[in-house]
Design a protein around this ligand. Sequence first.
Ligand SMILES: [Zn+2]
Length: 98
Amino acid sequence: MLIRKLNYKGKKYRVVWNVSEDLFGEYDPNTNELRLNPNQTKQQILKTIFHELFHVICTAKNVKVSDIGEESVCLLCEEFITILKKNKNLLKLLNSYL
Ligand SMILES: [Zn+2]
């Protein structure tokens, strides 16, 4: 299931499943578009979505990604996914509390 839009902090974000082939994804704060490469593994799409959402959050909260560093962003996103994958009950709990 490919989503086409997201809402966050009263803003609407378009999700476009088309991006330059050399990118996994990108977030354009000028158009509020998340562009995702559909030609990735499901595992990589998960990482990319977390990663681009991180950029959305940083932009919305005026946090400079450069202060955190892209490598830290990647690490955090990957590890959240690792924890969620290995703890299906956690995912169920989170889903039931949302
Ligand atoms: Zn990034």
